[in-house]
Write a protein that binds this ligand. Structure first.
Ligand code: AMP
Length: 528
């Protein structure tokens, strides 16, 4: 029988797991490591490298080495979060015709979905190799705070590489599932998840195998990369002061600085002081210039304290939304590599007034939870747990004067479904336009536009007479569907949805066909 797997598709690292009998188990990659860098590199000879070999290319081939693609997936090129980011990336990004992001690498343009598909394909291959069987189905995790575009784009990435997504689940929920499954403890749990690019906090209740998420909150643009950027900013500024040279314009130098900064940050989680040595980083007047700096833990903490504060403000919000006092939390689970930083652990412990749960590997627990969920869906562990997750954003429509009418509130348990009646405002009106949005602002324009749709073919009647019931649904993946019914005739109305982002079905099909050709070409050459 084909195996099902759980995939944690991370910003910086990804991880894959399966259920070995009743035990969630990590699958090592082809290099024998439990996590794989989420990096794709296009070489001069037309090869596509994924994981560690791709990561090794980052310094010599920075323009064609794509990392942190999860920060771009499902985002608009002109979104406020993108400001400043594109100039810090060593690869080029451009705007797609629909305002989405495209990545220029290996002499071509790729959607973030296609880049993620390379990573998923590699993980699928690792699993097939390890398990000795075909793998066609997976549960994939996303940050709880991912919106509909980001979830849909993640699903599309899986479709591109031929993986059927059994379910998209939220990373913190997956972590709590694995934790609760292992410990069999009951109580109120907070999952604090600070990864490479995103931050999520989820408050949930575990009671005899029922995992009931009470609230979730987060920031999809706050993560370990931001900690690295503080060190990078400091190094660039010091170099500019010393030599009058702005290294931020030098892609090769910047990539070396980025790697050294991240390495120093990691080391400072275990030692109090470390060195950053970057010989021959630049030259001036025929002389080679080097970076040689000592950085200590307390200086790193002063550079990044505000980032940690930001996560705690979000924690406070999540507790309020769960209507829970911090004293009621029985356990805090830390997820994501950045939670290895002592400042993060200390501040979280102080905030929740308890030390975080021990013996949890923050890099692996999410994939384990995903594998567990996959086996639950396949009916193999059904009687073990029940997962009740929530939607991280409110869903609604734009009404007159540009205001936002919420229809399904944030933190509603999913799947959720709600129907609202609509009518016409003019006599004999044949069509009504509805603008669907996701977010919390009372102003429509400040929320994420998901789609517009027209209800067409309304029978001619005086204004206000036709009743059209519009149903909004959020499925268990957190993905939204809208349908409409003419109450008078009982007929389903035709709904024309114009998604405001993402790949259109035709585009997705084209990409799948192109990838299939690439894969068969590679198989003929005997490449992975
Ligand atoms: P994830 O997305 O969960 O893989 O988290 C990756 C992030 O964790 C990256 O920003 C890493 O730099 C960071 N990270 C990994 N190990 C450590 C460590 N020992 N100390 C601080 N940050 C770390």
């Amino acid at each position: 029988m084909a195996e099902v797997i759980g995939i944690d598709l991370g910003t910086t690292y990804s991880c894959v797991a399966f259920m070995d009998g009743n035990i969630p188990t990590i699958i090592p990659n082809l290099e024998g490591n439990n996590t794989t860098p989420s990096v794709v590199s296009f070489t001069g000879t037309g090869q596509v490298l994924v994981g560690l070999p791709a990561w090794r290319q980052a310094i010599t081939n920075p323009e064609n080495t794509v990392y942190s693609v999860k920060r771009l997936i499902g985002k608009k090129y002109n979104s406020p979060e993108m400001e400043g980011l594109s100039s810090r990336l060593p690869y080029r990004i451009v705007e797609a015709a629909n305002g989405d992001i495209l990545i220029e690498a290996g002499g071509r343009l790729y959607s973030p979905q296609e880049i993620s598909a390379y990573i998923l394909e590699y993980l699928k291959k690792c699993a097939e190799n390890y398990l000795g069987t075909k793998v066609e189905e997976a549960v994939i995790t996303v940050p709880a705070y991912f919106n509909d575009h980001q979830r849909q784009a993640t699903k599309d990435a899986a479709t591109i590489c031929g993986l059927n997504v059994l379910r998209i689940i939220n990373e913190p929920t997956a972590a709590s599932l694995a934790y609760g499954f292992n410990t069999r403890k009951n109580g109120q749990v907070a999952v604090y998840d600070l990864g490479g690019g995103t931050f999520d906090i989820t408050v949930l209740e575990i009671q005899d195998g029922v995992f009931h998420v009470l609230s979730t909150s987060g920031d999809t643009f706050l993560g370990g990369d931001d900690f690295d950027n503080r060190i990078i900013g400091w190094l660039l500024e010091e170099f500019r002061k010393e030599h009058g040279i702005d290294l931020s314009q030098d892609r090769f130098a910047l990539q070396r600085i980025r790697e050294a900064a991240e390495k120093a940050k990691r080391e400072l989680s275990f030692v109090l002081e470390t060195e950053i040595n970057l010989p021959f980083i630049s030259s001036s007047g025929g002389n080679s210039l080097h970076i040689q700096k000592t950085i200590n833990r307390s200086f790193l903490e002063s550079l990044t304290a505000d980032l940690v504060d930001r996560t705690l403000t979000i924690c406070q919000k999540a507790l309020e939304e769960a209507r829970m006092d911090v004293s009621k939390i029985d356990e805090v689970i830390l997820v994501g590599g950045q939670t290895r930083m002592p400042l993060v652990r200390d501040r979280v412990a102080e905030f929740f007034r308890r030390p975080p749960a021990a013996r949890i590997n923050p890099d692996e627990i999410v994939a384990m939870g995903a594998a567990l969920q996959a086996s639950i869906i396949k009916g193999e562990s059904r009687d073990l747990v029940l997962l009740l997750d929530v939607t991280p954003f409110s869903l609604g429509i734009e009404t007159e004067n540009g205001t936002f009418q919420k229809i399904i509130e944030k933190n509603t348990t999913i799947p959720a479904r709600k129907t609202m009646p609509f009518t016409t405002v003019e006599d004999n009106q044949r069509r009504v336009r509805i603008h669907v949005l996701q977010g919390e602002s009372p102003l429509a324009r400040e929320n994420t536009s998901l789609a517009t749709f027209d209800l067409v073919g309304i029978e001619p009647a005086p204004a206000g007479v036709p009743q059209i019931d519009v149903t909004f649904e959020i499925d268990a993946d957190g993905i939204i569907k809208v349908s409409a019914r003419d109450v008078g005739t009982g007929r389903e109305q035709k709904v024309e949805i114009k998604p405001s982002a993402g790949l259109l079905p035709g585009e997705l099909q084209q990409i799948i066909e192109r990838r299939q050709k690439e894969v068969s070409g590679r198989d003929e050459e005997g490449l992975l």
